[in-house]
Design a protein around this ligand. Structure first.
Ligand code: Q0N
Length: 287
């Protein structure tokens, strides 16, 4: 019987379908966004790189927390996953001070209630990674919230568990990635509950779309860092003087090719697996 899959949601670059009462299909496209705008030009295989990386991290972190991954499909971009009851929180961990964390620190000296030392610079490494939850905005930007507000959303006990698990995941992956020349400056998780009320990691894990990847060899605090994956795209868009409102510009071939190579490089450095081997059999990332 042919499979029927009802579309149940979409993000900027991914689509979610319902397979049955218990299972969803998460499909990663090759679309790319920059400055929050999806561009009209795709990066070939970007969706496969991100799907493979997520699956790699799910396999490597299942002892820390169970995850929603059930199966990878042969196309390399589709994941069958367990259907969960999602928590109404974006679970963000920051090991470095940048982005909205840097903005909040400059304005208040704190990020989500974590009061930080004075005199920190953009992109400084924090003495310890911090858990900085945000609300899920339907439109526009997520709003950073302090632990009291987050605990009200999910309950104090669940909040404590979510914070502990998020910090453990970040410590594990950031240490592993740093040994391979990639700094994971910060990252965002989505967590859900299974039928027994157990906490389960969902969505994507430690991809360049859910995290800031920085090349370790270029790290220099005091200013914004180049992005491991999107820097060619950003530089090209800046060179046009584009005002960063939709529609975004088409990308020239050399920017597409260079960006695809960066995604593949991130995949190969982090997994130690050749990307062609993943294309031949996605299950190679599951170990
Ligand atoms: C779910 N989102 C937000 C893809 C990404 N395992 C799950 N069970 C129930 N719901 C969800 C998942 C997952 N993952 C996650 N929405 C629903 C992120 N989505 C938005 C749409 O595109």
């Amino acid at each position: 019987m042919p499979e029927t899959a009802t579309h149940v949601g979409s993000g900027k670059v991914r689509e979610l379908y319902e397979l049955d009462d218990d299972r969803l299909l998460l499909v990663a496209s090759d679309r790319i966004s920059t400055f929050d705008v999806v561009l009209p030009t795709e990066i070939p295989d970007k969706g496969r790189v991100l799907t493979g990386l997520s699956a790699f991290w799910f396999a490597r972190t299942r002892e820390l927390v169970p995850n929603h991954l059930l199966a990878l499909r042969a196309d390399g971009r589709s994941t069958e996953c367990r259907r969960l009851e999602m928590l109404p929180l974006e679970c963000v961990v920051r090991g470095y001070l940048t982005g909205s964390g840097w903005k909040d620190y400059q304005a208040t000296g704190a990020v989500c209630g974590h009061v930080l030392a004075e005199g920190l610079r953009d992109s400084d490494k924090l003495p310890e990674p911090i858990f900085t939850p945000a609300t899920k905005a339907q439109e526009g930007h997520d709003e950073n919230i302090d632990r009291e507000r987050a605990a009200k959303l999910v309950g104090q006990e669940r909040f404590d568990e979510v914070e502990r698990v998020s910090l453990e995941l970040y410590r594990h992956a950031s240490e592993y990635a740093a040994e391979r020349g990639i700094l994971i400056a910060d990252t965002k998780f989505e967590l859900g509950l299974d039928e027994e009320g157990r906490l389960v990691l969902a969505d994507e894990a430690f991809t360049p779309d859910s995290s800031r990847f920085w090349p370790a060899d270029a790290y220099e605090p005091g200013h914004a860092q180049p992005s491991f994956d999107k820097q060619f795209v950003r530089d090209y868009c800046e060179s046009l003087g584009w005002d960063k409102t939709p529609p975004g510009p088409e990308l020239p071939e050399e920017v597409v090719v260079g960006t695809r190579a960066r995604y593949v490089e991130a995949f190969e450095r982090l997994t130690g697996i050749e990307f062609d081997a993943y294309l031949a059999d996605p299950d190679v990332v599951l170990g």
